[in-house]
Design a protein. Sequence first.
Length: 211
Amino acid sequence: MKLKKGSFLWYLYLDKLYCLLSVRNVKALLEYFKLLDVHRNNTLNDVLFYHFLHHVTNWKRSQITSVFNMLDWDAVGEIGFDQFYMLVCILLAQQNNLEQQFIFRHSRPVFELLDLDGELRIGKENFHMYKFLFNIKERELREFYRDFDITGDCRLTYKEFKLFTIVTMEKYQEKQKAENEKALLKMKTFHEVDENPKNYVLGINVSEIKI
């Protein structure tokens, strides 16, 4: 998923550590929500919700409909600002490649979202239906249930889900650390080249070449 450039959400900033909006951004989002709420009910129905997501994302109609049904916890055909705010944070996390960080920081709300039946368990089919929200691949989903479904019933309890978020976060941090070290090494190499430009040809230190 990519946010469409120039849309309102494009200009919001998601804190990379806690995956939340600043107070200033929340106020701006609330005003935006009020503009979308043409019926002045402090809610968005499925039609308004569809047009909003169609305007800001490249999601298909089926994806938008499934997300609305997930957020409409009480099945009243409308969602309030709390659900809207949650959705926007998920969209921004996906836009900034912070899906793992978001799930880790907000494991309980995410678990409750995916627990569509209110049974305090997440069925495999539910996770599969909404894997696009968190950019989870099919292979990762299979490994996820193989490694963390301790009871073996293909339904995760919150403890099992929380364990998954911790392990996923550790892998994400290791990946980030490796990428940062690689970037620093690359910068160091370029810095050394800049300091002695006469000794380098195409990045090769000619002063070390013995003739």
